[in-house]
Ligand binder design. Structure first.
Ligand code: PLP
Ligand code: COI
Length: 335
């Protein structure tokens, strides 16, 4: 049997590129050139003026090529651009560009049932040389594609997390957008977490360090004893498309009560299940969270999941795969 794909970059033949100059975007086109030539003083290199998105294209049982709610990626990219003083890409153009990249790299979409998908990484960089701190005048927008497997291990192994002593996002900072700088902030902490045997960091709100925010690359979900889904609400966490979809599925399909609210770190012990959610993570189960000398454990069944989160994961995937009907417009066909 083939080895399962990892969540790692592998080059595919075509990517999309468009340039912003003299106040307007060029007509975007596909290219086989996977390199970017920049001034050593480009704004992205000196002052990290960049933001990105992540979405997956995959095949359904019927052989259709689809992706999940790309309109929300387009909208989030617009809000990231606005916060980063970058010129947004029109929503329809963003979706069309994604479609072009998917079609051009169609042969690299993993087969239905393989567990893999074609991950798209749209991103924008400021290319103008700067020395004083100011935004770029010129920009490059690109979308590349890479076949990927699960973000965390295959087969599923429930994760061991820790509450991180370092902070990721300031209260009025950039945690709510997908800026590269948020991930730069997390690099020291993720290496340290891995060295200490943890799979990921859970960040607290940096103002009071008492409320649960999210992890370095996913939002966090909890289930209570009485079957409520609880997930943090905070302006400094990324508005995960997966989390917003799961909340709707929990309410409308499982008739669960859902609370989106601040979650005090002391509440962790009250929850019976925990999971991480995101495009890359889907729903990944969590077994333990370590906090200040204490390990809090969550229920996991023989498949490695809490029962409720496993049900939600199946429902989400069934909707994504069109095994069951989801809300209108969620599954977007690439033709
Ligand atoms: N939080 C962070 C920090 C992320 O990087 C991601 C990944 O995109 C998510 C949450 C999940 O968001 P989404 O479900 O839109 O992929
Ligand atoms: C995604 O889930 O698409 C992300 O961008 C998360 C990233 C850490 C890989």
């Amino acid at each position: 049997m083939d080895k399962p794909l990892k969540f790692a970059y592998s080059k595919t033949p075509y990517r999309y590129v468009s340039y912003f100059k003299d106040g307007k975007w060029s007509k975007g086109e596909l290219t086989t050139n996977d390199t970017i030539t920049l001034s050593e003083s480009a704004c992205v290199l000196q002052y990290a003026q960049t933001c990105f998105e992540g979405l997956k294209a995959y095949k359904t049982k019927e052989g259709k090529i689809v992706c999940f709610r790309p309109d929300l990626n387009a909208e989030r990219m617009i809000s990231s651009c606005e916060r980063m003083k970058m010129p947004p890409i029109d929503k329809e153009e963003f979706i069309k560009a994604c479609m072009k990249v998917i079609k051009a790299n169609e042969n690299y979409i993993p087969e239905f049932g393989s567990g893999g998908s074609l991950y798209l990484r749209p991103f924008m960089i400021g290319t103008t040389p700067v020395l004083g701190v100011k935004p770029s005048l010129e920009f490059e927008f690109r979308i590349f594609a890479s076949p990927v497997g699960a973000y965390f291990s295959t087969p599923v192994k429930p994760l061991n997390l820790r509450i991180c002593d370092l902070d990721r996002a300031a209260p009025n900072g950039t945690g709510g957008i997908k800026a590269g700088l948020n991930y730069a902030m997390s690099l020291y902490a993720i290496v340290d977490a891995h060295e200490k045997g943890f799979d990921e960091n859970v960040y607290l709100d940096s103002a009071s360090r008492t409320y649960i925010e999210e992890t370095g690359g996913a939002n966090i979900l909890f289930v209570t004893k009485d079957n409520k889904l609880v997930t943090p609400s905070s302006p400094s966490i990324l508005p995960s498309i997966t989390r917003r979809s799961i909340v709707q599925i929990a309410r409308d399909y499982l008739h669960m009560e859902v609370e989106e609210r601040r979650i005090h770190v002391d509440e962790l012990e009250n929850f019976v299940e925990c999971g991480l959610c995101g495009t890359a993570a889907v729903i990944s189960p969590v077994k333990t969270i370590y906090n200040q000398g204490k390990t809090i454990s969550f229920e996991v069944n023989e498949n490695g999941f809490g029962n409720v989160l496993e049900k939600l994961r199946h429902l989400l995937m069934d909707i994504q795969q069109e095994n069951i009907e989801g809300p209108s417009g969620w599954v977007f066909e690439i033709k």
